[in-house]
Write a protein that binds this ligand. Structure first.
Ligand code: EPU
Length: 423
């Protein structure tokens, strides 16, 4: 297991290019299972989660070729069972259920477990499949979905914590090949759902309303091959914005979709940072201590839960008291105890972190617990006095393409150290 060592106190400046979105690419790669014809996907980031997805697709029988950021997939003949050994590595494996159900009317995938950001149920995915006339059963740790015929219907996929992103994508993929009209009420409106819908439309699907809370699908008999470029990763972009706000003189992000980042850039402006926002670039100027702000995470277009940990790192240095309330994954605060080890003053009250800014953080050995928590610790390390060692960085490699190299390109001093599996 590698660790990342961050030597704090170096000012960031220059430009960084944002990679394709992990959370768009994962369901889009799975969607290639919907057709026998080849699909070509560009701007696919080089991440371990993407490798797991490509392994699953190969295991299912698809031909997968990858040349830098472009992946070609041809799923001429595929099986319908994805085993535990591969699926357990990544929760998003569950999004092969929808395309397999759509194309073969059956699928069996190992049921994803919980993870450190909370219980991760898939009841809403199954509710959607059932509404399409499929039966769903849990057998020996696997979830099995099957249907004689998939039939479109109206359903509501909104759960207690709001809409489901992968659930909306999963049901959307199955519905493209169902008979008749499907209406998904309470759909997730995230840009990643829109990107998936755009790819499906290129494959011949008939979809309206993606990006709103009501998506309508008119089922077709079959889909064909298509070519698509994945949207820029708004969470990677947001993470670099926070890095620049914390430690930057002037940093420009290239290949972003600024509209997708409105919630994050609004909070940074409110916190006193100067931003120059163009359609596909954003420049941010570091400005000393941030002004305190109150943030509530919400489904898109609200402030993303995937940026919550990074904001906790930033607000640890604010000039006053901030609050960060998590409504999407109310237990997602594993990073807080590690930030406190670096000198942050944060108290958790229910699903709210109350953060009292401190003038300095100090480097410490810390443990990454999930993807975004790891990013928050690296960001804190950039401004901490001394050296921060972030252990278990395999979490960060799941979702950030070369984050250490990109930060070094901006002037940070970071080393990646190989460690044996027991450390
Ligand atoms: N939920 C249910 N039942 C379900 C599905 C979800 O109750 O069947 C609940 C969840 O427990 C949570 C809320 O609904 O409280 C939202 O979960 P959602 O289903 O939207 O999450 P997801 O689709 O599994 C994706 C991203 C996450 C991101 C969330 C929310 C991917 C691969 N993952 O997960 O990304 O946090 O949407 O935006 O797209 C990350 O990249 O670090 C990450 C965790």
């Amino acid at each position: 297991m590698d660790k990342i060592i961050v030597h704090g106190g170096h000012t960031l400046s220059g430009a960084v290019k944002i990679s394709g979105s992990k959370n768009s690419a994962l369901p889009i790669l799975a969607a290639a299972l919907l057709t026998r014809e080849p699909c070509v996907i560009h701007c696919v980031p080089d991440l371990s989660d993407i490798h797991y997805m490509l392994q699953i697709l190969s295991h299912l029988g698809a031909q997968v070729e990858r040349a830098s950021g472009t992946v070609q997939i041809q799923a001429e003949n595929v099986s319908t069972t994805a085993p535990y050994e591969i699926v357990r590595k990544m929760r998003a494996s569950v999004c092969v259920l929808g395309p397999l159900l759509g194309r073969h009317k059956e699928a069996r995938v190992s049921l994803p477990g919980g993870c450190v950001i909370g219980d991760r149920p898939i009841d809403l995915h199954l509710k959607g499949f059932r509404a399409l006339n499929a039966a769903c059963r849990v057998e020996a740790g696997d979830v099995k979905v099957f249907a004689g015929e998939l039939k479109g219907s109206t359903m509501n996929l909104e759960g207690r914590q709001g809409p489901t992103v992968l659930g909306t994508g999963n049901v959307l993929m199955a519905a493209t090949l169902a008979e008749g009209i499907t209406v998904i009420e309470g759909a997730a409106a995230e840009p990643e759902v829109v990107d998936l819908a755009q790819f499906l439309i290129k494959m011949g699907a008939k979809i309206e309303g993606a990006g709103t809370r009501r998506i309508t699908v008119e089922g077709v008999k079959e889909l064909h091959g298509a070519e698509h470029s994945v949207i820029p990763d708004r969470i990677e972009a947001g993470t670099f914005l926070v890095a620049a706000a914390l430690a930057g003189r002037e940093v420009t992000l290239r290949r972003v979709n600024s509209e997708h980042l409105n919630a994050v850039t609004n909070v940074l402006s409110e916190s006193g940072f100067q931003l120059n926002i163009q359609k596909d670039t954003i420049t941010v100027k570091g400005n000393g201590a941030p002004r305190p702000v109150d943030i509530i995470t919400e489904p898109y277009p609200g402030f993303p839960t995937d940026m919550q940990a990074q904001m906790c790192a930033l607000l640890s240095r604010a000039d006053g008291q901030s609050s960060v309330t998590e409504t999407v994954f109310p237990q997602r605060f594993m990073h807080v105890s590690e930030l406190k080890r670096m000198g942050a003053d944060i108290a958790i009250e229910g699903a709210t972190a109350r953060i009292t800014g401190v003038p300095k953080l100090s480097g410490a050995p810390v443990m990454a617990s999930d993807l975004r928590a790891s990013a928050a610790l690296v960001l804190a390390g950039l401004v901490a006095e001394g050296t921060t060692e972030v252990h278990r960085v395999y979490h960060i490699d799941r979702g950030y393409e070369s984050i250490d190299e990109k930060l070094m390109g901006l002037g940070a001093e970071i080393q990646r150290v190989k460690q044996s599996a027991s450390t």
